[in-house]
Write a protein that binds this ligand. Structure first.
Ligand code: NAP
Ligand code: MG
Length: 491
C-alpha cells in the first residue's frame, strides 16, 4: 500500500537522454556543447543531463524572441487566449508526467506536485487567457474640444523571466501566463537545480501551436545565463523570483538599458497567534505555514509570535505536529515532507540551525539530518531567540521556525514589522477588530487571517520593502507587462 509511485515510461524517456534548450521552434544543444547534471535530492543521484546555456545561447534566444515579437505583439487576442487554453489542457493531459518530473527534480511530495504545482500551473494559464482580449484603454475629453484623446495598452516586448527551484513549473507559469497574454515574448531561465518541468513545458508550447520564438527555455546557471539575460541590451524587461541578494544584482544589471524590472524576493513572514485564537486551527495552521514544501516557500511563516499565556501550548502543539510529519522520498504517496532541494540548500539550512545554537537559541524539536542519503532535515522549532540573531533576521528557506512569546500585544505589529522583508503575514484570532487592525498595521503584500498560504491567480501577490517590486496575479500583473500610451489626435 505504501509503494512508491512507479516512473511513467514517458518520464523514463524524458530523463533518458540529454535535454537540449528551446530557441525559436528548435531544440538545440548549448553553443559551448556543455551540459550540467540534474540531481534527485531524495538520493543525491544524477537523473538527467541538461544543456548549459550561457551568453552565446542567450544572444540567439533574444534574437529569436525579438523576431517573434514583431507578430505576436500584434496578434489576435482571441487567438492568444485559445492557445493558452490549449496549453492548460495539455498540462492537465500530462499532469502525472509533470508531477513525477517535479517530484524527482525538486523532491516535494508527489501528492503536492499533482494538486498544487501542476493544477496551479494550468489555472494560471486559464486565468490569464481571459485577459488577452480585455486590455482596454480609455477615451478622454481634453482641454481642446477639437482634440480626441485615448490610451493604448501595449506589450513591453522581449521579457527575460528568471525563476527559482521551489515551485519550478508553477513559478514558470506565474511568469509566462501574464507575459504571453499581454502580447510579450519570453526567454525563460529555470533554476539550475530544477530545469526539467520548464523544458517539458517548452515542448507543450510547440505542441499547442504557439509560434516559433514566443517562448524560449534556456537552462543554465544564474551567474552566466541569468546575468547575460538581465544585462542584455535587447531585452526590454526582466521578471525575477528568488533571493533578495540576487534581486539586487538583477537591478544593477538591468540599469544598462534601464529595462523594466519586476521582483518577487525573499521573506521572513511573521505568523502571529493571539490568546483568543481557535487553538487547534492556529497550531495546525502555524505548523503547515512553516513545514509545507519543506519550508522552501517565500511566504513561509518562519517567525512565530504567540501571546505569552498561550506560547507553550502553541509551540508544544506544533512540536507534536512536527514529530508526526512523514518525511521521506517524494515519490512515496504517503510522504508529507520531502528533502531540501540540494546539497547547497542542505548546508545552508543546517548551517543556520547551528548558528542559532551558537548564538544561544535552543531547539524545541528537530534540528538534525534524517538518514545518510538525500538532503532530509527534521522539521525544526527554535526557541529562546533574540531579535538580532541570524535565525530571526535571515531567510532560512527550510523547515525551521523561530518562535518567541510576546508580552505586550500592542507591540506585536511593531515586532512583526521589524524585518527588511514584507512579503506576507498571518494572524490567528477570533476577534474581528483585532484581526483587521493587524491586517492594516502589518507591512506585507499579503495578510492571512486564520489561514496561511492561500494564493489565487486573480489576486495580487508581491512584497513590501525588500521583498520585491510589483504584483503578480490579478489585473495588477498587466501593469508589469504592458505600457500605456496616450494618443492625442487633432480633429
Ligand atoms: P537565487 O540564487 O536567487 O536563484 C533564483 C534564480 O536566479 C535562479 O534561476 C538562479 O540561477 C538565478 N540567478 C542566480 N544568480 C543570478 C544572477 N547573478 N543573475 C541572474 N540570475 C541569477 O536563489 P538560490 O540560490 O536558488 O537560493 C538562495 C536563497 O534564495 C534561498 O536560500 C532562499 O533564501 C532564497 N530563495 C527565495 C525564493 C523566493 O521565492 N523568494 C526562491 C528561491 C530561493 P541558478 O539556479 O543557476 O543559481
Ligand atoms: Mg541557485
Amino acid at each position: 500500500m505504501n509503494a512508491p509511485v512507479g516512473k511513467l515510461s514517458s518520464v523514463e524517456q524524458f530523463l533518458g537522454k540529454p535535454r537540449p534548450m528551446l530557441i525559436g521552434d528548435e531544440w538545440v544543444a548549448a553553443q559551448s556543447g556543455k551540459t550540467f547534471p540534474v540531481y534527485n535530492p531524495a538520493t543525491g543521484e544524477v537523473i538527467a543531463q541538461v544543456a548549459e546555456g550561457d551568453k552565446a545561447d542567450v544572444d540567439l534566444a533574444v534574437a529569436a524572441a525579438r523576431k517573434a515579437f514583431e507578430k505576436w505583439g500584434r496578434s489576435n487576442p482571441g487567438k492568444r487566449a485559445r492557445l493558452m487554453w490549449k496549453l492548460a489542457d495539455l498540462i492537465e493531459q500530462h499532469a502525472e508526467e509533470f508531477a513525477q518530473l517535479e517530484t524527482l527534480d525538486n523532491g516535494k511530495p508527489i501528492t503536492e506536485s499533482r494538486m498544487i504545482d501542476v493544477m496551479g500551473a494550468a489555472a494560471y494559464f486559464r486565468y490569464f487567457a481571459g485577459w488577452c482580449d480585455k486590455l482596454d484603454g480609455i477615451t478622454s475629453r481634453v482641454s481642446s474640444p477639437d482634440v480626441h484623446a485615448y490610451t493604448l495598452r501595449e506589450p513591453v516586448g522581449v521579457c527575460a523571466q528568471i525563476v527559482p527551484w521551489n515551485f519550478p513549473l508553477l513559478m514558470a507559469s506565474w511568469k509566462l501566463a501574464p507575459c504571453l497574454a499581454t502580447g510579450n515574448v519570453s526567454i525563460l531561465k529555470p533554476a539550475e537545480e530544477t530545469p526539467l518541468t520548464a523544458l517539458r513545458l517548452g515542448e507543450l508550447f510547440l505542441e499547442a501551436g504557439f509560434p516559433a520564438g514566443v517562448v524560449q527555455v534556456i537552462p543554465g546557471y544564474g551567474h552566466t545565463a541569468g546575468a547575460a539575460l538581465s544585462g542584455h541590451p535587447d531585452v526590454d524587461k526582466v521578471a525575477f523570483t528568488g533571493s533578495t541578494e540576487v534581486g539586487k544584482l538583477i537591478v544593477q544589471a538591468a540599469s544598462g538599458n534601464l529595462k523594466k524590472v519586476s521582483l518577487e524576493l525573499g521573506g521572513k513572514s511573521p505568523n502571529i497567534v493571539f490568546a483568543d485564537a481557535d487553538m487547534s486551527k492556529a497550531i495546525t495552521g502555524s505548523a503547515n505555514a512553516i513545514f509545507f514544501n519543506c519550508g522552501q516557500v517565500c511566504v513561509a511563516g518562519s517567525r512565530l509570535y504567540a501571546e505569552r499565556k498561550v506560547f507553550d501550548q502553541v509551540v508544544e502543539g506544533m512540536a507534536d505536529f512536527a514529530k508526526k510529519i512523514r518525511v521521506g522520498s517524494g515519490m512515496d504517496p504517503q510522504t508529507q515532507m520531502g528533502p531540501l532541494v540540494s546539497s547547497t540548500q542542505f548546508d545552508r539550512v543546517t548551517g543556520m540551525i547551528k548558528s542559532g545554537l551558537d548564538e544561544g537559541a535552543e531547539i524545541l524539536t528537530g534540528g538534525k539530518r534524517i538518514g545518510d542519503q538525500g538532503y532530509f532535515v527534521e522539521p525544526t522549532i527554535i526557541v529562546n531567540t533574540k531579535p538580532n540573531m541570524r535565525v530571526v533576521r535571515e531567510e532560512i528557506f527550510g523547515p525551521v521556525v523561530v518562535a518567541s512569546p510576546v508580552d505586550d500585544i500592542e507591540e506585536i505589529a511593531r515586532i512583526a514589522n521589524d524585518t527588511p522583508y514584507g512579503l506576507a503575514a498571518s494572524v490567528w484570532t477570533q476577534d474581528l477588530t483585532k484581526a483587521h487592525k493587524m491586517a492594516s498595521a502589518l507591512k506585507a503584500g499579503t495578510v492571512w487571517i486564520n489561514t496561511h498560504g492561500m494564493i489565487e491567480p486573480h489576486l495580487p501577490f508581491g512584497g513590501y520593502k525588500q521583498s520585491g517590486w510589483g504584483r503578480e496575479g490579478g489585473k495588477e500583473s498587466l501593469d508589469l507587462y504592458t505600457q500605456v500610451k496616450a494618443v492625442f489626435a487633432a480633429l
